[in-house]
Design a protein around this ligand. Structure first.
Ligand SMILES: [Zn+2]
Length: 321
């Protein structure tokens, strides 16, 4: 599957999203897209437990990136690539290519309700359509995992790029998860508005209209607030800016166990083996580098598991930088 003929940067993608919306089929909970998984044999689902929480990987799409890996990560050395290849061999395609998955995660809480972290590339006609392998398969994956979309009461968007917000609202502007608040950093929304991004009209305004937009500033406990939390654990968003101004990660913690859903804090294993390696499409590579180094150092101290959006495996150990 190809990302299309032209190398379209994410910045350009954000600006182009305003053109979308009219005349595209609405996809909602009651529509056919949600029924795709019904009647299918459930497939094995990768998950990790952290105390009372289960973190479930939901694979939305896969494909080759639209440019070579050296072009995407210009500072990476041969030694960096060799170490990265040992860690995530599936990411290495022919001709210096980069194969990546597009993944979301659901965090099942003891109440049986879920936090969904990111919503993938989305349906045909979603903002990622110009470069990502749409349609994604998140609705089928939720069905296979036995997750009723009505039980998702919180959606965390790590950041507002097309490949992370795709199933948040339909192209007609209806929130896909009707019972959920959508947690976005205030800095992310402010930057989109300042840039005149089309994703304000596509995503932010529909969520504001229905009262489902939940803006947060900085580190914010979503569940289990307090030292131990009601169930002895916590789900917390952490600001990890750089990839975008309001990028956030999600920490799931219980006792001494930690799992971090990292969004695009790192997009390739080469940034895990060497956190100083920048990614061409980071909004601010120096800020991104500092966020990556700080989070990976902290995660390494706690022997945390990382749940990444784009590596070819859903869960990897945090390596000490
Ligand atoms: Zn991404």
């Amino acid at each position: 599957m190809s990302f299309g003929q032209h190398p379209i940067g994410r910045r350009k993608l954000l600006m182009g999203a305003a053109a979308l919306g009219a005349g595209v089929t609405q996809i909602g909970r009651g529509d056919a897209a949600w029924a795709v998984g019904a009647g299918r044999r459930p497939t094995a689902t990768a998950s990790r437990s952290v105390g009372p929480y289960d973190v479930i990987a939901l694979y939305d799409a896969t494909g080759p990136f639209f440019t070579t890996r050296q072009d995407a990560f210009p500072a990476a050395t041969d030694a960096d690539w060799q170490r990265a290849r040992r860690l995530d061999p599936g990411a290495f395609g022919p001709d210096d290519g980069w194969n990546l998955d597009f993944r979301c995660y659901a965090v099942r809480r003891p109440t049986g309700r879920y936090v969904l972290v990111d919503t993938g590339v989305g349906p045909a006609g979603s903002p990622a359509s110009s470069w990502a392998p749409v349609p994604g398969h998140l609705p089928e994956r939720l069905a296979e995992a036995g997750i009723d979309p009505a039980d998702i009461d919180t959606v965390v968007l790590t950041h507002v790029h097309g490949d992370h917000i795709g199933w948040s609202v339909t192209p007609a502007g209806v929130p896909v998860f009707g019972n959920a608040r959508y947690v976005v950093q205030h800095a992310e929304i402010a930057a989109l508005e300042a840039a005149g991004s089309g994703l304000v009209a596509y995503l932010i305004e529909p969520l504001r209209r229905t009262g489902q937009l939940h803006e947060v500033t900085g580190r914010t406990a979503l569940f289990g607030a307090g030292p131990a939390g009601r169930y002895g654990g916590q789900v917390t968003v952490l600001p990890t800016p750089g990839h975008t101004p309001g990028h956030q990660s999600v920490l799931v913690a219980h006792d001494r166990r930690q799992l971090v859903v990292t969004g695009d804090l790192l997009v390739h294993a080469v940034q895990l083996v060497n956190p100083d390696v920048g990614y061409r499409y980071e909004d601010d590579q120096e800020v991104a580098r500092r966020s990556r180094r700080a989070l990976l150092a902290e995660a390494g101290e706690h022997s945390a598991v990382l749940a990444t959006a784009h590596l070819k495996q859903p869960f990897v150990a945090a390596h000490r930088p």
